[in-house]
Design a protein around this ligand. Structure first.
Ligand code: AHR
Length: 504
């Protein structure tokens, strides 16, 4: 790799791509490990409120301004009987969760989650069980959550102390039903038919709901992209989104190749869009299918030890599972993943960082101590705070390099979002090389704009992690840039996340 590379970006007000959906900055809480028990809910903890919700966690979730949280799974949902988690706590049944070989006490259920979501100032993206269950159950939970009729399930919600319906708008029709590991795994034909009939029935009961059909659980599934074509062939007319899931890891300890993986994410999104549009054409439909990237993150640190733990210690309560401790380089990849999502803001309308607390999460908790921010907290925070508005077409030219499994990888990946209300345009740029790269942003179309703030994650050891005691990886404010007649120039540090906010 060479020195003195330069990347130039034109940030033009008129080159709009799409409105960024607020729900692009969603997240996910599954009944898995310590996400719920010991995560968002821990009665008796010094920071818990009177209902048992950890307020230290709530504060960090609010800081991230998460607009929507998927719940209750994940693989967990495919064997979940949601009625076990409602009503008087002393009468709730404990169950075995096959997905994570865990004992589920059901002391926390959908009413508790709805109350938590309200405190966290977020919406719920509710997933239903299409693994071991079907249409009738979907109707029951929908009636419980959203109807105000004098009927059994709506009445039961009222009896349980929740007078007003929750009005949950977004629903996932199952989870990763293409995966053989899924309880009640289905073929594409089986799932497509079930999803279509479930969606029709749900929309008859509550026409306001928006439904997510299960796409492939990863781009590497042998059934991808036939799964998308076959399932949408059945349910296209009745659903509003198709899901995508992706996790990346640096198992080979090859940072440059790891940071090139968003090329794969980009191709994944392009392919799913192509399949959606093919089915649209085939059906002569006027509807454009949107994408719900409802699981994405880095996930690999904990894999081996988790498998061993689940094998050797099945059926424990809230075990330490999927507790990846994220490094500095993981945060850089998360930044790149966010840029990739924003670049597809025209079609990706929901995305969920998987997950939110303790389980492959930006927020961690100590059982007898505080909640703290992982390295990946920061790029997500910046994108959620400053990435709302109109995504602009990225017009970027600069150096490229090859990595072990990727060619023509841009040295800097970047995107800009214009927020008219705040009179602000923010450039997100990642230098994914081991050399400094000069970066120029031409913002002349934004007359009179100056740099409001230049934040960066930079200069850390690639394997640095945060902990409850110390934050090795945290944003710094940069002042070493030039801004002259609408041209911004700086030198980005090797392996860095850069957030440049311009405003009047
Ligand atoms: O987020 C962890 C797991 O990853 C989810 O339960 C599942 O949907 C995916 O495979």
């Amino acid at each position: 790799m060479s020195d003195n590379q330069k990347t130039k970006m034109i940030v033009d007000k008129d080159l709009t791509l799409a409105q960024v959906s607020d729900d692009l900055y969603g997240s996910f809480i599954e009944h898995l490990g310590r996400a719920v028990y010991g995560g968002i809910y821990q009665p008796g903890h010094p920071a818990a409120d009177k209902d048992g919700y950890r307020t230290d966690v709530l504060n960090l979730v609010r800081e991230l301004k998460v607009p929507i949280v998927r719940y209750p799974g994940g693989n967990f949902v495919s064997g979940y009987q949601w009625e076990d988690g409602i009503g008087p706590k002393e009468k709730r049944k404990a169950r075995l969760d096959l997905a994570w070989r865990t004992l589920e006490t059901n002391q926390f259920g959908l009413d508790e989650f709805a109350a938590w979501a309200q405190k966290a100032d977020t919406d719920v993206l509710m997933a239903i069980n299409l693994g071991t269950r079907g249409i009738q159950d979907a109707l029951n939970i929908l009636e419980y959550c959203n109807l105000d009729t004098n009927t059994y399930w709506a009445g039961l919600r009222r009896k349980n102390g929740h007078e007003k319906p929750y009005g949950i708008k977004h629903w996932c029709l199952g989870n990763e039903m293409d995966g053989p590991w899924q309880t009640g795994h289905k073929t594409a034909q089986e799932y497509g038919r079930l999803a279509a009939e479930t969606a029709k029935a749900m929309k008859t009961l509550d026409p306001s709901v928006k439904l997510v059909s299960c796409g492939s659980s990863s781009v590497d599934m042998p059934t991808f992209p036939d799964w998308e074509a076959i399932t949408l062939g059945e349910d296209y007319d009745y659903v509003d989104y198709i899901s995508l899931h992706t996790y990346y890891g640096n198992n080979e300890n090859d940072t440059d190749d790891f940071l090139a993986k968003t090329q794969d994410m980009d191709r994944f999104i392009h392919t799913v869009i192509s399949v959606c549009d093919y089915i649209k054409a085939q059906k002569r439909s006027r509807k454009t299918m949107m994408l719900s990237f409802d699981e994405w993150n880095v996930w690999f640190h904990s894999n081996q030890s988790d498998n061993k733990y689940m094998e050797e210690h099945p059926w424990t309560v809230a075990p330490h599972l999927l507790e990846d401790h994220y490094t500095y380089e993981d945060a850089i990849l998360v930044g790149l993943m966010l840029i990739t999502l924003i670049k597809h803001a025209d079609r990706v309308k929901i995305a969920c960082l998987a997950q939110l607390v303790n389980v492959i999460a930006p927020i961690m908790t100590e059982e007898n101590g505080p909640a703290w921010r992982q390295t990946i907290f920061y790029p997500f925070l910046h994108a959620s705070l400053y990435g709302r508005g109109t995504a602009l077409q990225p017009v970027v030219s600069g150096g490229k390099h090859d990595t072990k499994n990727h060619e023509d990888v841009t040295d800097i990946d970047s995107v800009a979002v214009y927020n008219e209300e705040r009179n602000e345009v923010t450039v997100f740029a990642v230098n994914r090389t081991d050399y400094a790269v000069d970066f120029e942003a031409d913002v002349r179309s934004f007359e009179g704009y100056k740099v409001r703030e230049y934040l960066a994650l930079e200069g850390c050891d690639l394997k640095a992690v945060n902990s409850a005691e110390s934050e090795a990886v945290a944003p710094v404010t940069r002042t070493d840039y030039q801004m002259d007649k609408g041209i911004f120039q700086t030198q980005t540090k090797p392996y860095s996340w850069n957030v440049i906010r311009f405003g009047l």
